[in-house]
Design a protein around this ligand. Structure first.
Ligand code: COA
Length: 385
């Protein structure tokens, strides 16, 4: 297998992009990544997207985006694993380059949620749950996460206010990210008084809807000398694991087994452990997911995820900085694009391009992207020389 490097990155701001179509958004991120890489041709295009078929009435995203980005004739395809579609497309691109099948690959994650009314998008998001045993009964993703959070608080004795610092940290970091959905700081009072969505999850525990696209260019490390010089950011681990689709089918709904498995495999591939990770872009779709991801990946004991936030360890300068560009909560969560935003942000950190939220001396970064309520989880580790 060949070693793979990230040569270029690009992203659009996350907003309600009424004036831009799906292809214009994807094309903006794609062209920014190609420009950053200093190239204009690729062999393959991998597109991560969850719901364009229903939300935008567009399928065939491989050809659709390759054509628009001026990459006609490239091998192009669409990858879907719900909210982890962006990372799944990236992993497919890594496998293609590592195996020697393709040399230069563009990966784009894109989602345009604003075109559908809120209740329709909520129903479309719920297609990532079990149609027979969950969504058929009207359970939304917020409701599933609320059930998990309530049980977690009951089992481990946490109060709602103990989750506040996850959201406060994300909003604080997003202040310095020009691509973020929100640029407003969040106080503890604002968190506590936010409108309730599904108890115990309130508006400030949840990630917002949004439109956006993020992209990266992958090449074999052995070909890097052919391209304009850049910091050498290598993909040192790419892993994925699945779990039951229905939360109720799990022996322990408070443990993300797929996160644990994919993280364990990623550490083994990269030859590192949790203590070696300098920055971690995790999947904070809801505050409870931050706690569960930190625990499953070995940063906190079972049931103790909120303690890391309370002790300041998740902030820039802490033991394990997370959501350094705003995370899903404040950078935004255009679902099928989110994994690519996480990857672009870790590459920014490793290149030293993260501005006011730069983690000093960051050499090893990790991303973890969660599809469904923990049913398809993809982890990557990156290293800069
Ligand atoms: N955090 C902070 N502010 C938010 C927000 C959030 N998560 N979501 C919406 N807002 C703000 C909007 O910007 C808007 O502000 P404005 O009035 O100043 O313009 C206001 O709240 C109302 O926005 P709206 O889109 O009408 O909110 P909503 O009540 O319809 O939806 C949620 C809010 C939280 C229910 C919705 O965003 C949601 O379902 N999020 C979860 C999405 C999800 O499940 N993703 C997949 C997870 S794996």
């Amino acid at each position: 297998m060949r070693e793979v490097a990230v040569l270029g990155i690009g992203q659009t701001p996350i907003e309600e992009h009424w004036e831009k179509s799906l292809r214009v958004l994807a094309g903006e991120a794609a062209l920014a990544a190609l420009q950053d890489a200093g190239i204009s041709r690729v062999d393959g295009v991998f597109v991560g997207n969850m719901m364009a078929g229903s939300a935008n009435h567009q399928q065939q995203l491989g050809a659709y985006i390759a054509d628009w980005a001026g990459l006609r004739y490239a091998n192009a395809l669409h990858v879907e694993t719900a909210c982890s579609s962006g990372s799944a497309a990236f992993r497919a691109g890594v496998m293609a380059v590592a195996s020697g099948v393709l040399d230069v690959v563009l990966v784009v994650g894109v989602e345009k949620m604003s075109d559908s009314p809120g209740d329709e998008i909520t129903a479309e998001l719920a297609t990532a749950a079990d149609a027979d045993w969950e969504s058929a009964y009207g359970v939304s993703f917020v409701a599933l996460n609320a059930l998990i959070m309530r049980r977690y608080m009951h089992e481990y004795g946490w109060q709602h206010e103990h989750f506040a610092l996850f959201s406060i940290n994300s909003h604080q970091n997003a202040l310095h990210n020009p691509y973020a959905r929100f640029h407003s700081p969040l106080s503890l009072q604002e968190y506590l008084k936010a409108p309730m969505v599904t108890p115990p999850i309130n508006l400030m525990d949840a990630s917002p809807m949004g439109d956006g696209a993020a992209a990266a260019v992958l090449v074999p490390v052995e070909h890097l000398h052919r391209f304009p010089p850049k910091p050498k950011v290598r993909v040192v681990a790419s892993t994925a694991a699945t779990d039951t689709i229905a939360v109720a089918s799990r022996r322990d709904p408070l443990w993300l087994s797929a996160a644990e498995r994919s993280a364990r495999q990623a550490y083994a591939q990269a030859g590192v452990g949790p203590n070696d990770i300098d920055v971690f872009e995790l999947h904070d779709a809801f505050t409870i997911m931050s706690a569960l991801s930190l625990e499953a990946c070995g940063f906190a004991e079972r049931g103790q995820g909120p303690r890391l936030a309370l002790e300041g360890e998740i902030q820039i300068g802490g033991r394990i900085p997370i959501c350094t560009r705003g995370g899903l909560k404040a950078r935004g969560h255009p679902v099928g694009a989110t994994g690519m935003y996480q990857i672009v942000e870790v590459v920014q950190q490793l290149r030293g391009e993260a501005g006011e939220t730069q983690v000093e001396g960051a050499k090893i970064g990790m991303t973890q992207n969660i599809g469904g309520s923990g049913s398809n989880i993809i982890t990557h580790i990156f290293r800069v020389d």
